[in-house]
Write a protein that binds this ligand. Structure first.
Ligand SMILES: [Zn+2]
Ligand SMILES: [Zn+2]
Length: 340
């Protein structure tokens, strides 16, 4: 089969590789649509300690089952399916605590969707594989993993009706946060550098968009828009220490900062102790998803509660993978759909 194989930073080749062999509890899926994501950009530029090269890129996908292992009962050949990229072990310290996203034996973060076929490991088949209803396209279904992460962020934020929520970053993640925050009944202000992204945020229901390029002091701007107090919830969806600091400063007294975007390793931030203590701020890091969040995200996809089509900039065949990688490195567009 054809696959986009990562060899070293900035070197991905479209190659002929052997078809994945499945074990008894596994399922083989023919990929119909895969999506690019911020993680692919990071992987492409720096590699990853969890994935020794060569490996196949891509972890957001949907497709058709072409083969099932002997032990698999729930799924059959021909089913249209979508899978999340990991599954927890259910028996480690953190899983027992109910914090499955911190699982100590996290089952492989699945990679390999930028290929014609992908094997779904048994723990994922058991926990995080779903049959897609007819009314849902492969592309819509492929949003399962990022949406599950955002559902996690939204649940942690505990938005109440009428709360003002600030989202810093109008990339695919920020725009999913926007849509779910609106579903929760929030007034949403969203900030970004890009005019195109902000105009899309407008279409997707943002109450106010702020171009970071145009304002001198974003924190002050947010305070002006919130009777001088700041937002009930401030969400960081960029992954930059500077924006983390700014996000915390945008939360009102008793408010919450949700730090979602992963920053480069070995970076740190400064927090105003006075603001933190006397303002009774809650600062919450949010990472990854759990089977419960994945299930909730799948429900949202099935009920078409979010508009994900507008987050896909262009569709390309797998043969154009290097062109797509160039685009995501250059921060062009939002997400790209790869059709093997
Ligand atoms: Zn992703
Ligand atoms: Zn575990």
């Amino acid at each position: 089969m054809k696959a986009a194989v990562y060899h070293c930073p900035e070197k991905v080749r479209l190659e002929e590789v052997s078809l994945p062999r499945i074990k008894e509890g596994e399922v083989l899926v023919r990929v119909k649509t895969a999506l690019t994501c911020g993680t692919d950009r990071k992987l492409y530029l720096r590699g990853h300690p969890l994935f020794p090269p060569p490996f196949i890129l891509g972890h957001e996908f949907a497709g058709d089952i072409v083969k099932v292992g002997k032990k698999v009962k729930k799924f059959k050949k021909g089913m249209r399916v979508v899978a999340a990229n990991s599954a927890p072990c259910h028996h480690c310290f953190y899983c027992k605590l109910g914090k499955e996203e911190l699982c100590e034996n996290f089952f492989i973060r699945l990679s390999g969707a930028f290929a014609e076929y992908i094997a779904i490991p048994e723990p994922i088949v058991k926990d995080n594989l779903f049959e897609i209803p007819k009314s849902v396209s492969y592309q819509e279904a492929a949003f399962l993993e990022p949406l599950a992460c955002v559902v996690h962020g939204i649940e942690e934020s505990q938005i109440k009706l009428g709360d003002t929520v600030v989202i810093n970053g109008a990339g695919p993640i920020g725009l999913l946060f926007l849509q779910l925050a609106k579903l929760q009944g929030a007034r949403v202000i969203i900030t970004d550098l890009s005019k195109e992204r902000l105009s899309l945020a407008n279409k997707l229901g943002a109450d106010k968009t702020i171009s970071v390029a145009r304002v001198k002091d974003e924190v002050k701007t947010i305070r002006e828009l919130t009777e001088g107090r700041g937002a009930a919830i401030a969400i960081e969806a960029v992954g930059s220490p500077e924006v983390w600091e700014r996000t915390i400063a945008m939360a009102r007294k008793g408010g919450k900062a949700i730090l979602f975007g992963g920053c480069p390793s070995r970076t740190s931030i400064k927090i105003d102790t006075e603001l933190f203590h006397y303002g009774e701020l809650t600062i919450k890091g949010v990472f990854h998803h759990t089977p419960d969040y994945v299930k909730k995200a799948f429900g949202l996809i099935c009920h078409k509660s979010t508009n994900t089509d507008s987050l896909v900039t262009e569709r390309y065949p797998l043969s154009k993978i290097n062109k797509v990688l160039e685009k995501i490195v250059g921060h062009q567009g939002l997400k790209f759909a790869i059709i093997p």
